[in-house]
Design a binder for this molecule. Structure first.
Ligand code: NDP
Length: 323
């Protein structure tokens, strides 16, 4: 590794896989630094950055402080917290960790779907409260057996969810901007049309300006009173106040949410509703998968340091952009 490539700015925690992967680097951490501004001023020469905290904003103001920056290796497949367009303009390549978390997140989506449809967390709370002695938990009004699912997003994770649902015998259709002709699932160019045609939506698109509030009051209305919404994408994709209103008015039946607009804050109204299942953004959160994500974050930096193309650049910043 060239000597001037041996320094790394780290935003987020130095987990064990990162500590051993970056053993030959001088790692400058922005965590636990009281005067972040002063620390940044001393790091203008740094050429590589790792962002190990999901969601930590990385914007053009930060890039302006780091004029020699060439690569940002980010943890997670979603990178809506990183201004990739601004990075592209400055010739900085941004990498993420796609693929290694696909199956884990699809498992989580299916788990959340089953919990929401069959009220499994509510039933467990019932048992723990000692109520089973008094009477059986009521039959769940919903079942997967007569449902059809509309996937909002049919990328890596969407397809892994669809494959699982297929094995459950649940019909699947999808909405994306571009049809995937190689797939047999019906494609809806318009989300609202798909929401009218199904009773269950699973949202798995990227966050960011393009998808902000795409699940709005009209989509929820179209989904209807038997409707169930599962969001494993980003909180920003769902108009949260509209969702709360729809749940309260029983315009839809239930929701299962892994992500929220203002994490880790969750609206009080959702916390007190019985027809929602809430998870603390744990789509990919197993030791197994998180270690694979950390390793890919490391490998992207190591490839760059060895003068090779990073493994998984985001589409906005292909490797050639700064060479
Ligand atoms: P992909 O890039 O493989 O798939 C994204 C899909 O979304 C594509 O089908 C794309 O199709 C579609 N899409 C993008 N923009 C729009 C739009 N404006 N309207 C309709 N469809 C759109 O990503 P992954 O499947 O790997 O990951 C998807 C997202 O899941 C991540 O970006 C992340 O935000 C979220 N995620 C959440 C996790 C959690 O812990 N809950 C964990 C991991 C990921 P097209 O371009 O044709 O529109």
């Amino acid at each position: 590794m060239a000597a001037d490539k041996s320094e790394l700015l780290l935003i987020g925690p130095l987990r064990p896989v990162l500590a051993s992967g970056f053993a030959n680097f001088a790692v400058h951490s922005l965590a636990m630094v009281a005067n972040r501004d002063a620390r940044l001023s001393s790091l203008g020469h740094v050429r590589a950055m790792a962002v190990s905290a999901p969601g930590e904003p990385v914007d053009d103001r930060l890039f302006a402080r780091l004029p020699r920056l060439e690569i940002i290796s980010s943890f997670g497949v979603g990178y809506d917290h990183i201004d990739a367009a601004a990075a592209a303009k400055r010739g900085i390549v941004v990498t993420h960790t796609p693929g290694v978390l696909t199956e884990e997140v699809a498992d989580t989506a299916i788990g959340l779907l089953l919990c929401t449809v069959r009220e499994l967390p509510q039933a467990e709370r019932y048992l723990r409260a000692g109520k089973w002695r008094e009477s059986n938990y009521p039959l769940s009004p919903a079942t997967l057996r007569n449902r059809s699912v509309g996937l909002v997003g049919m990328g890596r994770i969407g397809l892994a969810i669809a494959r699982r649902l297929e094995s459950f015998g649940v019909p699947v259709v999808y909405h994306t901007r571009t049809q995937r002709p190689e797939l047999a699932y019906r494609h809806y160019p318009r989300l609202i049309d798909m929401a009218c045609a199904v009773d269950t939506l699973i949202v798995i698109v990227p966050g960011g300006a393009e998808t902000r509030n795409m699940i709005d009051a009209s989509v929820l209305e179209a989904l209807g009173p038997d409707g169930i919404l599962i969001n494993v994408a980003r909180g920003s994709v769902v108009d949260e106040p509209a969702l709360i209103a729809a749940l309260k008015a029983r315009k839809i039946m239930a929701a299962g949410l892994d992500v929220f607009v203002n994490e880790p804050e969750v609206p009080e109204e959702l916390l007190t509703m019985e027809n929602v299942v809430l998870l603390p953004h744990l789509g990919s959160a197993s030791v197994f998968t998180r270690e694979k994500m950390d390793q890919l974050l490391v490998n992207n930096i190591l490839a760059w340091a060895a003068g090779k193309p990073p493994l998984t650049p985001v589409p906005e910043t292909p490797w050639r952009s700064w060479r």
